[in-house]
Design a protein around this ligand. Structure first.
Ligand code: ZN
Length: 136
């Protein structure tokens, strides 16, 4: 199998991985919780922090390639550096993107804001037009 590279143009926002994860606190062992840093019975930490995908991101990973109902594409070799581009994707293999009509940026912006703002993921400073390298 060969590696295929293509480029996609995304009108939307870039969301770094850290914003797609949440930290949860869970018990470090199965013994009774007490007000101590470590368990007096087994010595393990009473509480440990664990990074887990937010519900939206987990759905994206396991269900399909839509993120909150929008097109989405992930970029990054190292999962820690992953950036998720969310919005409207125009994908091309060669040449340039051909639009039948000019995209309505304000309309696209409003659509993305409506989908992401309730999740706390909307950030106007991250809105733009991105070129993303896709590897398949
Ligand atoms: Zn214990």
């Amino acid at each position: 199998m060969s590696t295929l590279y293509s480029a996609a143009t995304v009108i939307g926002i870039a969301i770094p991985r850290k914003d797609l994860m949440k930290t949860i606190k869970k018990r470090g062992c199965g013994h009774e919780a007490r007000l101590a840093k470590h368990c007096s019975e087994c010595g393990k930490p009473m509480w440990v922090e664990e990074e887990t995908p937010s519900p939206e991101y987990e759905g994206f990973i396991t269900v399909d390639e839509k993120f909150c109902g929008l097109d989405a594409i992930a970029e990054g070799y190292d999962p820690e550096d992953l950036i998720l581009y969310v919005g409207i994707i125009y994908e091309v293999e060669q040449g340039s993107v051909v639009f039948n009509q000019a995209p309505n940026i304000e309309e696209i912006k409003a659509k993305i804001e409506k989908a992401l703002a309730p999740k706390g993921l909307w950030n106007i400073d991250r809105f733009g037009i991105y070129t993303v390298c896709c590897i398949s």
